[in-house]
Design a protein around this ligand. Structure first.
Ligand SMILES: *Cc1c(COP(=O)(O)O)cnc(C)c1O
Length: 709
């Protein structure tokens, strides 16, 4: 290609292309595309939190025109665009081959949160990240699937730790104009609007679309002029407000979501409820059928024939329940409109239909109005069947119709630079197309494919990136508290030490402080000059969970004022970006849930992409993933009934594995300084775990088992 100046039409084509590219989150799992935006303004790329749309606003049209006359840059833009267009137009997809019917009549995937990327913070935690990864894989597979959620203009809270080491929450306003989203218009080119009855009001919503590769996610937003302030604020925050806000958000998501699909002319073949928040959609389907003249039984049968449900929590309190009075207050008018005795509708949310005192449970409604239901790991399936057995008294526990599909992660979305360059070098330019094949990962067992030395070099590179990131973040954290001292922050953590990561929501059942129970011994381990260990922690507690906040406070306190100083850090504001740094940079990923309360867990799966090793209770996915060679297990495949006993045993076992297996394995070096056994485990982790615990496999399972009925 010649380096002649670009013509006006070539410039305009590339500019348009860049704008198209920025508004499709496909770039969030494609580095050539990210590099283009990074190159436009490296500083803004960092400061604007890797937001491609914001970068294009940061760089003037004139600058963009000028910059595109750099032939190298123009070539990179063109390559990214070609790759993007080839992806969008790919004629041979898994979906076209295996689920062509869904391309006409897609799956409508409802989720109260979606975590796609740090620049669009509308997820609270693992559920949202899973939904985001589900969409990305649906796109990669070419599956017919649309997402439905709410647009929370203040997103989920950001975490700042104050001088008392207490979590405080603040919110920043998201500007749709500056995000990878666009408003949806109707046939007359007016903003598409819809409405739902809530209490005595007609609540209106507008709709945004986020493009996720080949798929679209629609976000309902009640911040529109006709609504009173109370309802304009309904979609302000992820799980914001009290019970009333909660049920109203769920009415909007479920009932409003179905109405929006109708307005868009989308005719789903199946409605997938990702957790119970969207379950009211079944009532809207029933209402539609009644309005079309069906009997109540017929209408319920219709809903049942078209809905599938995934439950995500084995924690009793994790299932949404609402008092009858709240239901009648918010949905009374909607119920009246259905002309079915209200008692029959309320009974749909109760295990004992006639028990007036039993609150209305979203999970019960979902189970009664779905053709299939599933949990998110094998053990979680067992627990869920036991938990919901009372709903199916005529069946044995084993026959309770709740199956399981174990969660996964989107491989490319979680893979950062050094690992990508590694595979590019080892597997060649087609590596991204092959990444989902088990055979791709099997090669990691072969020293001829990648030597121990090379894998170790990669590990060091990743650990250093994470520690340098942590030091930068901690310096900023310290600045705010006027505790900044460059020297101190530049010495935090040791580049050579065995680095143990723990990051997740600070729900108390996850027992973040468990590892520090044997405090004196842990201090000794961190201070061992020849075999030191160190810890990196992060995570948010729910704003109303003071017990979780106490855990955070305790850990930060240890990091600042105990002998663990310099060997333990807590990173503020855990989100997708922090997660990506941590899962790539840690040697060991610690998980200590109180079994069996971890439904699946996914962060440990992200770690295995980098050959990081899990050190975890055999709960959730790890119970299926661990094979004795690919990481470490804390305790066995059972747990005592007493919680105190369980905590005591788990803490003992954790310490035992850490000192007898993990540390010796990591520090056993041969003459050349390489920990051969450790690297053998890293290889095993990549070979055995990644091909199973990814969303490509997971979405295929959903398609075969549940979407195609
Ligand atoms: C992956 C991820 C989670 C879920 O982690 P678990 O191990 O399931 O607790 C939560 N938050 C963020 C930001 C994540 O990236």
């Amino acid at each position: 290609m010649s380096d002649a100046p670009l013509s006006a039409s070539e410039l305009s084509e590339l500019t348009k292309g860049l704008n198209r590219l920025a508004r499709n989150l496909w770039w969030s799992w494609n580095h050539e595309a990210q590099e283009v935006f990074n190159e436009l303004s490296p500083r803004a790329w960092q400061n604007l939190y890797h937001n491609a749309v914001a970068i294009l606003h940061e760089v003037s049209d004139y600058e963009l025109q000028v910059r595109l006359q750099d032939p190298d840059f123009a070539r990179r833009v063109r390559q990214a665009l070609q790759k993007f267009d080839a992806y969008l137009q790919e004629p041979k997809t898994w979906g076209r081959e295996h689920t062509p019917a869904l391309l006409e009549k897609p799956v409508a995937y409802f989720s109260a949160e979606f975590g796609f990327h740090e620049s669009l913070p509308i997820a609270a935690g693992g559920l949202g990240v899973l939904a985001g990864d589900h969409m990305k894989s649906a796109s990669d597979l070419g599956l017919g699937l649309v997402g439905i959620t709410l647009f929370y203009r203040e997103g989920y809270f950001q975490q700042a730790i104050n001088a008392d080491n207490w979590q405080t929450e603040y919110y920043s306003l998201l500007n749709p104009r500056n995000l990878a989203m666009e408003q949806v218009f109707d046939a007359r080119n007016e903003p598409l609007m819809g409405s739902v009855e809530i209490a005595t009001s007609q609540v209106f919503f507008q709709v945004w679309r986020v493009n996720v590769g080949r798929c679209a996610v629609y976000l309902l937003d009640t911040n529109v002029a006709p609504n009173e302030t109370q309802y304009r604020d309904l979609t302000r925050r992820v799980y914001g407000g009290d019970r009333t806000t909660r049920i109203m958000q769920e009415i909007l998501l479920g009932i409003g979501g179905v109405r929006m699909l109708r307005a868009l002319g989308i005719r789903p073949s199946v409605y997938h409820m990702n957790e119970g928040h969207s379950t009211f959609l079944t009532l809207e389907l029933i209402r539609e059928q009644l309005a079309a003249g069906k009997s109540f039984a017929g209408a319920l049968a219709y809903a049942k024939a078209h809905c599938v449900f995934t439950t995500h929590t084995p924690v009793e309190a994790g299932h949404d329940r609402f008092d009858e009075s709240l239901l009648l207050y918010t949905l009374g008018n909607f119920f009246k409109d259905m002309r079915v005795p209200t008692a029959e509708l309320l009974a749909l949310g109760r295990v004992k239909p006639d028990d007036k005192n039993e609150p209305f449970c979203m999970t019960v409604l979902a189970l009664k109005a779905s053709r299939s239901a599933n949990a998110v790991s094998e053990l979680h399936g067992q627990v869920s069947r036991r938990m919901w057995h009372p709903l199916f008294p005529e069946k044995t526990e084993d026959q309770v119709p709740i199956g399981h599909i174990t969660n996964g992660v989107h491989i490319l979305g979680w893979m950062k630079g050094p690992m990508r360059r590694f595979f590019m070098r080892k597997a060649g330019p087609a590596w991204e197309q092959e990444i989902n094949a088990p055979a791709f990962w099997e090669r990691m067992a072969d020293p001829g494919f990648a030597s121990d030395e090379e894998i170790w070099a990669l590990r060091y590179n990743l650990r250093r990136e994470m520690i340098e990131f942590a030091r930068r973040r901690l310096l900023i954290q310290g600045h705010r508290l006027e505790q900044s001292d460059f020297i101190v922050y530049d010495r935090l953590l040791n580049m050579d030490a065995l680095t143990i990561g723990f990051a997740r929501r600070f729900a108390t059942y996850k027992r973040a402080p468990l590892v520090f129970q044997q405090f004196e011994e842990i201090v000794k381990l961190t201070q061992d000059p020849s075999r030191p260990i160190q810890f990196v922690f992060a995570g948010k507690a729910h704003p109303r969970d003071d017990e979780g906040k106490k855990f955070i406070q305790h850990i930060i306190h240890l990091s600042k004022y105990s002998e663990l100083q310099g060997h333990l850090i807590f990173l503020e504001n855990y989100d997708i970006h922090v997660a990506r740094q941590m899962v790539s940079g840690c040697d060991v990923w610690l998980n200590t849930p109180r079994r069996p309360l971890e439904a699946s867990g996914t962060s440990g799966q992200k770690v295995s992409l980098y050959g990081g090793l899990n050190l975890s209770i055999l709960d959730g996915w790890w119970r299926e993933g661990y094979d004795g060679t690919n990481g470490f297990a804390i305790g066995g495949d059972s747990h005592p009934n007493s919680i105190a006993e369980q905590d005591r045993r788990d803490s003992e076992n954790l310490f035992k594995v850490l000192t007898q297996e993990v540390i010796p394995c990591f520090y056993e070096r041969d003459d050349t300084g390489i920990p051969r056994q450790w690297i053998a485990r890293m290889r095993r982790a990549m070979v055995t775990l990644v091909p199973k615990f990814n969303t490509n496999r997971m979405v295929q399972d959903y398609a075969k088992k549940y979407y195609l009925a």
